[in-house]
Design a protein around this ligand. Structure first.
Ligand code: C2O
Length: 596
């Protein structure tokens, strides 16, 4: 059993650490919080350490931009691009608000106007933490919300919806923020590349700030500074349907009519796709399947944060330049598709530009954020990426004091400093018996019809039907300590996807039966690629080919299917939605990252 595995087997509380070398106090009540070692003192440093005012900042920014332009010289056109492999790197910068333009959100949403009502760069101040005497907002599971909390929650959205649509606090403007940062309304400052907060390591931090300010605004609207967004507890069997108060009452301010009418009461599926979706499972089996997916997501990605959060993306780069999204983001995308309308333009939750019009979006993201919070706790609150380009990536939000603030990734790592936390609830997916329960219920595997498989080959292949391919492992029969040093990562690269629509494909891994034969059963799910519709790169003549990649940890999967001794594995890519081309499939060993 690998260390991460036994770690997860200690069920229930996110506060039970396998890594007892780094004990973390349970945080059950507001009075018990103690600042983490790394976070202590950041507040003071922050208040005095930043330059005060925009002038100096913009001069610095201009300088760097000139340097970048100079360095890249004539190469600039072909992409900001070379950046990836040169020493030139810097954090993602906030947008120039005065340069907001039309956004593109795929079929049926080609020219979306979602720029904010504020365009004056001079009024941006650096974010300051709420004072430590500010009450702690405690986010609770939505399906367990009591009548009082629900009444406040509804009242807050009633007031938000009643605001003038030009008011930055209105639901209209709140939703537009998501469109701005996700559908190309801004270019990265100094680059002909869109600013995009999905598919990379800034996905979780950006959304953490986004809902933090949204929550504070809702609280302000009802005059309650303890107001907390509930979380859609979709990692628990009882939370795997849309919370009832979102769907039962059409007059509720939490109701949104642009949801898939077929799924309002259905059990969700982390592998949902709105086309070619097959569900041979009962509700109970589906729930166990989801738990097992979550169990694997944590086990595989705990030693290597890029597998959970997404790849490193720096100034001038975009995720479509061969980067991978994190595994939690893929699950989150599938839930978006499950809730949204099933046809183009897939409103509301099914498309980034429109997601924020559905109050369920923020409740969904409250749980996405909670998953990250739990992930960090399970890593002993070690830093996810000890990389200044991640820590200094910054964004601009409009806060609950009607102020534009500039925030940095490094300041959001500890939710207590933002004065919120999550109610401690059971984590049924962390239980190692999840897998056994699933096995017992799954239909027996067919071992009769063997098929022959071959290697992927040197050329890209269209994924128009299931591709089954034999993949060589760098090393077989890895020892426990080798596994602690390096994670085995399945890499699918050169993934070309259409600009317009959503894309989903699934990845399965099986052990071959000696040589190059495999049973008809696809094997174990290793994860999926899920993209919502949007133009992921701006149209331009010199556009790079738009290729994503997908990295999936498979160390513990191979243990689960008893394939550690195999020299090769059979990888199956199963198309669901969208026209996809695959460049290649291989397996890498990547050093684990437990950076302090
Ligand atoms: Cu910005 Cu759930 O997406």
């Amino acid at each position: 059993m690998s260390s991460s595995l036994s770690f997860l087997a200690t069920t229930a509380s996110p506060f039970h650490h396998h890594h007892s070398r780094h004990p973390q106090k349970a945080a059950r009540a507001p009075t018990h919080f103690s600042p983490s070692a790394s976070g202590a003192g950041t507040n003071a440093t922050n208040a005095s350490g930043h330059d005060n005012g925009g002038d100096k900042e913009s001069i610095l920014r201009l300088d760097r931009r000139n340097v970048l332009l100079g360095t890249l010289g004539g190469l600039y056109g072909t992409a900001a691009l070379g950046c990836e492999n040169t020493a030139v790197a810097s954090p993602i910068e906030p947008p120039d608000l005065s340069k907001c333009h039309t956004a593109h959100a795929g079929e049926g949403a080609e020219n979306v106007q979602c720029c904010p009502p504020y365009k004056d760069n001079s009024e941006i101040v650096d974010y300051k933490f709420p004072s430590s005497s500010t009450p702690l907002r405690i986010r609770k599971p939505a399906h367990l919300l009591d009548a009082d909390d629900l009444a406040k929650y509804e009242e807050a959205y009633r007031r938000m919806r009643a605001l003038d649509p030009s008011d930055p606090w209105s639901l209209e403007q709140q939703a537009r923020v998501h469109c701005q940062y996700c559908d190309g309304a801004y270019d990265q400052v100094g680059f002909n590349v869109q600013l995009q907060v999905h598919f990379s390591w800034i996905f979780l931090p950006w959304h953490r700030y986004y809902i933090h300010f949204h929550e504070a605004i809702l609280g302000k609207l009802i005059g309650d500074d303890t107001f907390a967004l509930p979380f859609w507890n979709w990692d628990s069997p009882d939370g795997m349907t849309m919370p009832s108060f979102f769907v039962n009452d059409k007059t509720s301010p939490l109701y949104d009519e642009k949801r898939n009418p077929d799924n309002l009461k259905k059990v969700l599926d982390y592998q949902y796709s709105h086309k070619n979706y097959e569900n041979p499972y009962t509700d109970e089996e589906l729930k166990v399947k989801n738990l097992y997916q979550m169990n694997k997501t944590f086990r595989e990605s705990l030693p290597l944060p890029e597998l959970f959060l997404g790849d490193r993306v720096r100034a001038g780069e975009e995720a479509s330049m061969g980067k991978t999204m994190g595994r939690i983001e893929a699950i989150h995308n599938a839930i978006h598709l499950f809730v949204g309308m099933p046809e183009a333009p897939y409103r509301d939750m099914g498309n980034f530009y429109s997601s924020g019009y559905d109050p369920l979006f923020y409740c969904h993201h409250s749980n996405v954020d909670r998953m990250w919070h739990i992930y960090r706790q399970k890593r002993g609150n070690k830093i996810d990426f000890n990389d200044s380009d991640w820590l200094n990536s910054s964004f601009i939000f409009y806060d609950e004091n009607k102020q534009l603030v500039k925030v940095k990734v490094e300041d959001c790592l500890n939710p207590q400093k933002l004065r919120y936390t999550y109610q401690d609830v059971e984590l049924p997916w962390a239980d190692s018996s999840v897998k056994k329960k699933l096995k017992a219920k799954a239909k027996p595997r067919s071992r009769v019809s063997l098929v022959q498989v071959s290697e992927f080959g040197p050329d890209p292949r269209p994924l128009d039907s299931t591709i089954r391919t034999l993949v060589q492992r760098p090393k077989k029969s890895r020892t426990k300590s080798e596994k602690e040093d390096e994670v085995e990562v399945l890499v699918i690269d050169g993934i070309e996807v259409p600009d317009n629509g959503p894309v989903t494909f699934e990845v399965y891994v099986a052990a071959p039966y000696g040589g190059d034969f495999v049973g008809s059963d696809l094997g174990e799910s290793a994860g999926s690629f899920v993209k919502l519709p949007h133009f992921h790169i701006r149209k331009r003549e010199d556009a790079q080919t738009k290729k994503f990649s997908l990295k999936l940890g498979i160390s513990s999967l191979l243990e689960d299917i008893d394939a550690e001794g195999s020299e090769k594995v059979v990888v199956s890519l199963v198309p669901k939605v969208g026209e996809v081309t695959i460049g290649g499939v291989h397996i890498d060993l990547i050093k684990t990252d437990w950076t302090a």
